[in-house]
Every structure is written in structure tokens, then in C-alpha cells.
Design a protein around this ligand. Structure first.
Ligand code: AMX
Length: 438
């Protein structure tokens, strides 16, 4: 169907040109409470979602129920074997707005441990996929495959009152969170370690047990996982994975469908997949330059070459942030404490010194600073997790904490079906004619 394809391409060129002109000449034209630039430009900054768990400030970064990342590191309960906050505590905080006690997080970890049995058919489904299926595909499909277990779907079919939706949603959410590390570790061991699976250690906390099932019992790595699973958990409601989970949930789809959809959004390279793209970018750069310790000049040249090829610098930029991401800073602090001498970590810091000025020089990038994904890969490589196609799954296990607590809230508050209004080119042109002198 060559004719259809070329016709389509021709049509897109016209609309592209029209939209570009409209943005240039009428981008600031008010449409209801927003401007045309926001209608066409990915809804940037439109306040149109309600989300209790966290709030993102362009300068200060993410605050979870009012707590910044440094404050979380001080306030949340910790394991007796580490310095980093327990993600169980962050989940409790996001769900209730209260910092839990040590015994409350231990109780939550016990509860998740009891709920952690993954249905057999999920393992069989994963096993049926080709080994080279991207781990995010395996992860998303595994989550969807557990939908057979949904308490919400069962209760809905029985005719539950809408006042009670939150209760089966809470049960689904708790069951899902309990099982995610098991599925993720299973995929990791299946794909990269000859399917040699490692049994859970019930004595460990949620993150440390995950580290253990991945195959690393180093206490420093377990602490990294506590930090990692805490800082990636939430970034208010409008980011693509949170928004997708919320949108799908708003149709009263259960937590399994909703999270699986959210993970598909996380799998995009402009979102969570950027963590694998960053390390790929660094490896390609070191490979091309032929050294582990490149000069600033060599690095700058590679960055310019990447931009000249029409590609983005992964790990840099953000739709909301306008400062270095505090999640990047938290990982930098961890690395300054534990991994200062690591060559790859030095390259991450070298990029941090060089990339922002280069991006600024383009004159169009609104935020030239590193985001969360700029740092994580190099740390994981240090602890032996070198298989970067797995990185976004790690992000996903953490992101589930935020988006699933939001799902509980959405059902508890009876938040409605999401249904924004879209408009077409003809509508926009008529609107401009009716509302301007042109
Ligand atoms: N490298 C090169 N160009 C970049 C850039 C980067 N890191 N960040 C933004 N730009 C470009 C955009 O592509 C856009 O170019 P265009 O006008 O030719 O289309 C222009 O600068 C303006 O973009 P923006 O308003 O500054 O950013 P945005 O809100 O549209 O996009 C983001 C935000 C994150 C998608 C973008 O910065 C990007 O592509 N970064 C690299 C990928 C990445 O690191 N993603 C992870 C984000 C965090 C996460 O979700 N995990």
C-alpha cells in the first residue's frame, strides 16, 4: 500500500506546517482557560488532575506529602542494616500522609510478604515469551496476566456499591506491590542468568529481598535498592506513567490493567526507558572514543555529534523541572559516599559538568539539567547489574508505589472517568478567525 503511505506523508507535511505557523503566530491565544500552545503542545502545565501523593515544583523538585527527598532520607524508618529509607515507609506516607513508625513499616513488610505468591500461570506466561522479549514487555504482560486475581473485578461483577470501591482496590494494590519484585527478579534471572531463580528470603525487607532475588546480597547494594525504590516512586499525577495508570483506572479498570498500561507508558524512551538509553549512550561514547576516562573535549564533541544527528541527550531535560533533579542529586550523594573512585561514575559527573551548557546553547531546551535517569545506570553497573535493558523494570517496581496509592485514592474519592476535549485543525483555524483580526 505504497500509495496510502505516501499520501499520508504528504498530508502530515501540510498539517505540520499549519501547526507550526499557528504556534508561532497564535500560540498565546486563549482557549477557555488555556492557550493554543498547550492545546497542541502536550498539555504542559495545565492544572487538571488531582493527586494527593506528591507535588512537583520546577525548582525544588518532588515533595512527597510535603517531604523533599533529603527530608525523606531523614524522616522515614530505616533498616537496622542500612542508612537509606525503607520504601514501605514511603508507601505508607503517600497513602496516609503520615510518617509511619518502625513497627508500622515492619508490619507492612510482613503483610506484603504474605501476599507475595505469584500465580503459577504468570510464570508460565513469562516462560512462553521469546528470551529476547524486552523485559518491560515481559513485566507489563506479567502484570496483566495476574488480572485473573483481581478482587476489584470480582466484587464489581457481584455488584458492589460505589461507596466501597476503595476496599477491593486496596486489596489488589497490596497484592500487586507484594508480587512485583518477585516477577521482576524472575524476568531478570530468566533472561540474563540462565533461568537460575533465587528463592525469596522472608527475613528481609521488601527492597533488600528484591536485591537478594536479583542475585546480590551485598548490604550496600540492598541499601541502594531501598534508595532507588524510594526516589523513583512518584512524580505527581501528570507524568506519563502516573497519568496513564490514572486514566485507565478512571474507567473502573482494575489495578492490574491500570498498572500494566502505566508500565507501557514508562517503557517509552522519553520517560522511564531513558535510564537504559543513558548507559547505552555512555557506553557508545566510551567505545567510540576508545577510553574509560575521556577528556572534556572528547565528551563535548560526542555530545555535539549526537545533537547534530537529531537525537536527544538522554537523562537531560524535563517537562516540569527547571533545576538539577533532586533524585539525581540523591544518587550523586550516594555515589560520593560509596563509589567515588568508579570511572563510570566519574563520566556521569563529567557529563553533568558539560551537557547543561551545551543544551543551553541550543536556545530551545527549557531545562538543560540532569533528570533522575542520568545517574542510575552507572550505579547499577558498579553493583553488577550491567544488563541495561532491565533498568526500566526497576523503575517500574518503584513507580508502582506511587501510581497504585493514587489508584486507591481515586476509588476512595470516587474520582470520575477522565474525558478531556480534543479539537481538530479546522476547529482551531475557525477559532483563530473568530477570535483574532487575522
Ligand atoms: N537533548 C536534546 N534536545 C532536547 C533535550 C535533550 N535532553 N531536552 C529537550 N530537548 C529539545 C526537545 O526535543 C525540543 O526540541 P524541538 O522543539 O526540536 O522538538 C526542545 O528541546 C524543547 O523541549 P522542552 O520543552 O525543553 O522539553 P519537553 O518538555 O518537550 O520534553 C523531555 C521533556 C524529558 C521529553 C526532554 O527533555 C527529553 O527528550 N529528554 C531526553 C530524554 C529523557 O531523559 N527522558 C527522561 C525524563 C525523565 C523521566 O520521565 N524518567
Amino acid at each position: 500500500m505504497k500509495e496510502l503511505k505516501s499520501l499520508f506523508q504528504e498530508k502530515t507535511q501540510h498539517v505540520q506546517k499549519d501547526l507550526k505557523d499557528i504556534l508561532k503566530n497564535h500560540g498565546d491565544l486563549q482557549v477557555d482557560t488555556v492557550v493554543l500552545r498547550q492545546v497542541i503542545g502536550g498539555m504542559r502545565g495545565i492544572k487538571s488532575m488531582f493527586s494527593e501523593t506528591s507535588l512537583l515544583d520546577p525548582i525544588d523538585g518532588i515533595k512527597f506529602r510535603g517531604y523533599s527527598i533529603p527530608e525523606l532520607r531523614d524522616s522515614l524508618p530505616k533498616s537496622s542494616r542500612g542508612d537509606e529509607p525503607l520504601p514501605e515507609g514511603l508507601f505508607w506516607l503517600m497513602l496516609t500522609g503520615e510518617v509511619p513508625s518502625q513497627s508500622q513499616v515492619e508490619g507492612l513488610a510482613d503483610d506484603w510478604e504474605k501476599r507475595s505468591q505469584v500465580p503459577e500461570h504468570t510464570y508460565r506466561m513469562i516462560d512462553s515469551l521469546p528470551l529476547d522479549t524486552h523485559p518491560m514487555t515481559q513485566f507489563s504482560m506479567a502484570i496483566a496476566s495476574m488480572q485473573t486475581e483481581s478482587v476489584f473485578a470480582k466484587k464489581y461483577a457481584e455488584g458492589i456499591s460505589k461507596m466501597k470501591y476503595w476496599d477491593p482496590m486496596y486489596e489488589d494494590v497490596m497484592n500487586l506491590i507484594a508480587r512485583l519484585p518477585h516477577i521482576a527478579a524472575y524476568i531478570y534471572r530468566r533472561v540474563y542468568h540462565d533461568n537460575k531463580q533465587i528463592k525469596a528470603d522472608e527475613s528481609l525487607d521488601w527492597a533488600a529481598n528484591f536485591a537478594h532475588m536479583l542475585g546480590n546480597n551485598d548490604e550496600e547494594f540492598q541499601d541502594l535498592m531501598r534508595l532507588y525504590l524510594t526516589i523513583h516512586a512518584d512524580h505527581e499525577g501528570g507524568n506519563a506513567s502516573a497519568h496513564t495508570t490514572h486514566l485507565v483506572g478512571s474507567t473502573l479498570s482494575d489495578a492490574y490493567y491500570s498498572l500494566s498500561a502505566g508500565m507501557n507508558a514508562l517503557a517509552g524512551p522519553l520517560h522511564g526507558l531513558a535510564n537504559q538509553e543513558v548507559i547505552k549512550f555512555i557506553f557508545a561514547m566510551l567505545d567510540e572514543i576508545g577510553t574509560k576516562t575521556p577528556t572534556d573535549e572528547q565528551v563535548s564533541k560526542f555530545i555535539h555529534k549526537t545533537l547534530d544527528e537529531g537525537r536527544v541527550i538522554p537523562g537531560y531535560g524535563h517537562a516540569v523541572l527547571r533545576q538539577p533533579d533532586p533524585r539525581f542529586t540523591a544518587q550523586k550523594k550516594f555515589s560520593e559516599k560509596h563509589l567515588k573512585e568508579d570511572d563510570l561514575i566519574q563520566v556521569v559527573w563529567q557529563l553533568f559538568r558539560l551537557v547543561p551548557d551545551i543544551l543551553d546553547g541550543l536556545g530551545k531546551v527549557k531545562n538543560p539539567w540532569p533528570n533522575v535517569d542520568a545517574h542510575s545506570g552507572a550505579i547499577l553497573v558498579h553493583y553488577g547489574i550491567k544488563e541495561y535493558t532491565f533498568y526500566t523494570v526497576l523503575f517500574g517496581v518503584s513507580r508502582a508505589l506511587g501510581v497504585l496509592s493514587n489508584l486507591c485514592w481515586a476509588r476512595a474519592l470516587g474520582l470520575p472517568l477522565e474525558r478531556p476535549k480534543s479539537v481538530n485543525l479546522e476547529w482551531i483555524k475557525n477559532y483563530i478567525t473568530e477570535n483574532t483580526n487575522s
